[in-house]
Ligand binder design. Structure first.
Ligand SMILES: Cc1cc2nc3c(=O)[nH]c(=O)nc-3n(C[C@H](O)[C@H](O)[C@H](O)COP(=O)(O)OP(=O)(O)OC[C@H]3O[C@@H](n4cnc5c(N)ncnc54)[C@H](O)[C@@H]3O)c2cc1C
Length: 332
């Protein structure tokens, strides 16, 4: 009898999993892919949306570079896409509850709901910063900057929290964009600052690359503050360590991501909860597809892991060290 594989989230991990499984498993099996958006967000081009004037590209043009319609992508494949928000995972009942009241049962469940921004409990950070994880958020950043320029603000200060790849890309693009804005609207200057707690930006990359990137950004005019931690954020100021020395609006490119809320809430068997575990075991086993396969046949994980699409040995290692996967491993 065919199996029902339910994949939650059509981001990088979920969509890749669905497409790969669609090619490999027989038609007697059903793949259900669920996402709250009708499109897949191609995050690497988000900063372009955040730094393109309304005159340069229409909303439709911008949307087309960042979003890929899921219906079209899965059309003609063995994948049934449901555009709905997932409200609840009922691991004991073995089904997923959607916002419209539908309940979808699974034989196998793939969790690929992404991650949420971790604000590290920094006071005021969430309320006073912009995030850059979705098309809408990218537009919010763009519109805020355009509003300031159109309001005649001459000196605009932007702080980017975190000098990872996106913070760096965004800083470079912003510098370039402000060059254009100055041509189009006259007097307006930007001070773009990256605050990073590491001694150098792009800390995870080869040091030589990071040094080159840091030099290049500085040449472009980006200010880089290393070895500093943002401790508090208000409407117009950020506090680094104990000093309040900047008046600026802060754009928070996700400093670090935390587990997706819903996943964090998945009940995990802790010590002393063996009875509960026993009851729920059957559904757990079917939900925790990835580590189960990893255990049985590590080579297959590349196709099926819920936390990432393009898997290779090294990335598998990295993913499986995440908090999320450690949880999964515990219950196998
Ligand atoms: C600005 C930016 C640039 C990046 N650039 C790169 C890059 O160049 N290269 C690279 O490798 N990585 C890049 N990344 C990282 C990459 O985007 C992530 O690692 C990747 O998206 C994670 O994949 P995922 O499937 O776990 O989650 P996501 O891709 O975030 O997918 C999660 C999906 O779940 C859906 N979802 C969430 N909650 C619900 C719900 N309740 N109901 C229904 N659907 C829901 C979301 O709509 C989304 O489609 C970048 C990230 C950002 C933010």
């Amino acid at each position: 009898m065919g199996k029902k594989i339910v994949i939650l989230g059509a981001g990088f991990g979920g969509l890749h999993t669905a497409l790969t499984l669609g090619k490999k498993i027989g038609k007697e099996n059903e793949i259900i892919l669920i996402d709250k958006n009708p499109y897949h967000t191609y995050t690497p081009t988000l900063y372009e949306v955040a730094t393109t004037s309304k005159e340069t590209a229409s909303l439709i043009d911008l949307k087309s570079i960042v979003t890929i319609p899921i219906h079209k992508t899965v059309n003609g494949r063995n994948i049934n896409f449901i555009n709905a928000e997932i409200k609840e995972l009922d691991l004991l009942g073995g089904d997923v509850h959607l916002a419209d009241g539908q309940k979808i049962a699974w034989d196998y469940l793939v969790l690929a709901l992404g991650a949420e921004t971790n604000y590290f409990d920094i006071p005021g950070l969430k309320e006073n910063s912009f995030d850059l994880k979705s098309f809408t958020e990218a537009l919010q950043i763009r519109d805020k900057i355009l509003d300031l320029v159109l309001d005649g603000k001459v000196q605009i200060k932007i702080v980017i929290g975190g000098g990872g790849p996106t913070g760096v890309e965004l800083a470079g693009e912003l510098e370039e964009w402000f060059g254009q804005l100055k041509d189009d609207y006259g007097k307006c200057y930007a001070t773009i600052t990256i605050v990073d707690s590491n001694p150098i930006i792009l800390n995870n990359l080869d040091k030589r690359v990071a040094i080159l990137a840091q030099k290049r950004l500085k040449k472009l005019g980006v200010e880089i503050i290393n070895n500093e931690i943002i401790t508090k954020v208000s409407n117009e100021e950020i506090y680094r360590r104990t000093k309040s020395d900047m008046r600026s609006r802060l754009f928070n490119r996700r400093c670090k991501l935390d587990d997706y809320k819903m996943i964090s809430k998945v009940p995990i068997c802790e010590e002393g909860e063996e009875e509960f575990y026993k009851q729920a075991k059957e559904n757990y086993d079917r939900a925790m597809l990835c580590p189960k396969i990893l255990k049985q046949n590590p080579n297959q994980i590349s196709e099926m892991c819920p936390c990432g699409g393009s898997f290779c040995k090294s990335t598998r290692q990295r993913h499986c060290n995440t908090k999320m996967h450690k949880k999964y491993f515990r219950i196998i």
